[in-house]
Design a protein around this ligand. Structure first.
Ligand SMILES: CC(C)(COP(=O)(O)OP(=O)(O)OC[C@H]1O[C@@H](n2cnc3c(N)ncnc32)[C@H](O)[C@@H]1OP(=O)(O)O)[C@@H](O)C(=O)NCCC(=O)NCCS
Length: 194
């Protein structure tokens, strides 16, 4: 696939039908990757998908007019949680995979999130190594496991909880000023105080 043609932008209400199509394809093709199900969403009217696009910042990766992939971002509600956002609904069509579309989508979510939150969180089903690798490559760190997070047809799925801190507290490289004791700073860094 030629990635030069990839254009990432926010989906608008005018994209609702294309969003519905790719979302339902994802739920049908990769059912284990999502908390929701095809059965739950395929009977929903277009207005329901419009509501999704209104309530979340959903990005789409386009090649020409074809919607190849999507990623959603939503800021948590409430005074004490609004510094956190959730990356959700990540999906790339099978014939567009392994070409960096997923990476570009996550990078675009991170770029957008920087202006709005301090931490991006996500969860990924524990067997989904491809998605885990993608998030890890882009700086997400695993901070927990939700055992039995999902249950379908009597089977449980654990979810790995991951987060990207967009505003780490302390970075020694920021205080490497002239005359600073760099050996001491390196010591702090290797002790994990950074
Ligand atoms: C997970 C998912 C979003 C990744 O999308 P993608 O577009 O294939 O992601 P990328 O292309 O950025 O990276 C995937 C792989 O392709 C490789 N790749 C990227 N560009 C490449 C290129 N030009 N040539 C060869 N390989 C390439 C990456 O290194 C990566 O390799 P890895 O799997 O060995 O780590 C996609 O597989 C998917 O939609 N899966 C089903 C739904 C899902 O799991 N969603 C996540 C829920 S948390």
């Amino acid at each position: 696939m030629n990635t030069a043609c990839i254009n990432i932008r926010r989906l608008t209400l005018a994209d609702a039908a294309a969003y519905r199509d790719i979302r339902l394809t994802g739920l049908r093709e990769s059912p284990e990757a999502f908390g929701s199900t095809f059965e739950r969403e395929h009977t929903r009217p277009l207005a329901w998908f419009c509501e999704r696009l209104r309530g979340s910042h959903v990005l789409g990766a386009f090649c020409s007019k074809h919607l190849l992939g999507i990623a959603g971002f939503r800021i948590h509600e409430g005074e004490k949680e609004k510094h956190k956002g959730l990356l959700w609904g990540m999906y790339v069509r099978p014939d567009a995979r392994k070409a960096g579309v997923g990476r570009q989508l996550v990078e675009a979510v991170i770029d957008h999130a920087r202006d709005h939150v301090e931490v991006i969180q996500l969860s990924v089903v524990s067997g989904n190594e491809r998605a885990r690798r993608l998030y890890t490559r882009l700086g997400f760190v695993e901070y927990g496991v939700e055992r039995k997070s999902l249950k379908q047809n009597g089977r449980y799925y654990d979810e790995i909880l991951m987060a990207l801190d967009l505003n780490p507290d302390f970075d020694p490289s920021l205080i490497r000023v002239q005359g600073a004791d760099t050996a001491h700073l390196d010591e702090l860094a290797s002790a994990g105080i950074k």
